[in-house]
Design a protein. Structure first.
Length: 156
């Protein structure tokens, strides 16, 4: 036999793409954090409808810790408003099947937004710089081939 080896039928090529990567991610115990994150996101979507619209934009379900719903808000004002909405949230969570008895609210601080620097006005070009730039541009100019048309507006 020549240098070719055959170990059976050719292997099919492994499919590629995001779906395959997602399927691989969702296999085994490594997928537990991903499943939990997806579950928390779905639960948040269900509970969000029980919040006043102005509060819903500032509150996010962060965790379900035993019998406690943990929310994160972006200022103390929204923390107080979420505490007022806690009884309705607890009732909604119980209707979904969670055995929760309390709502914890954590306040985060947003990183301070730095204003964009003001655009600086361009510095005027000196006469020497202007002359050097024009000389450099002139040295790059290509002589037109014999018989080539000249652009409009250019002297013959």
């Amino acid at each position: 036999m020549s240098g070719l080896r055959s170990s059976g039928p050719p292997r099919p090529k492994a499919p590629k793409g995001p779906r395959v990567a997602l399927d691989a991610l969702m296999e085994g115990t490594a997928a537990d954090p991903v499943r939990r994150a997806l579950w928390l996101d779905a639960l948040e979507q269900r509970l969000r409808s029980h919040l006043p619209p102005s509060l819903a934009a500032h509150a996010r379900l962060a965790n379900v810790n035993g019998a406690e719903l943990v929310f994160v808000v972006d200022s103390p004002v929204w923390r107080a408003r979420l505490r007022l909405a806690a009884p309705e949230l607890l009732e909604a969570a119980r209707r979904v099947g969670l055995a929760v008895t309390d709502v914890a609210v954590r306040t985060t601080t947003r990183p301070p937004e730095t204003p964009a620097p003001a655009p600086r006005p361009p510095k005027p070009m000196s006469a020497a710089s202007r002359d050097a730039l024009q000389a450099a541009l002139a040295s790059l100019a290509i002589e037109p081939a014999a018989g080539a048309r000249k652009p409009k507006g250019e002297a013959p």
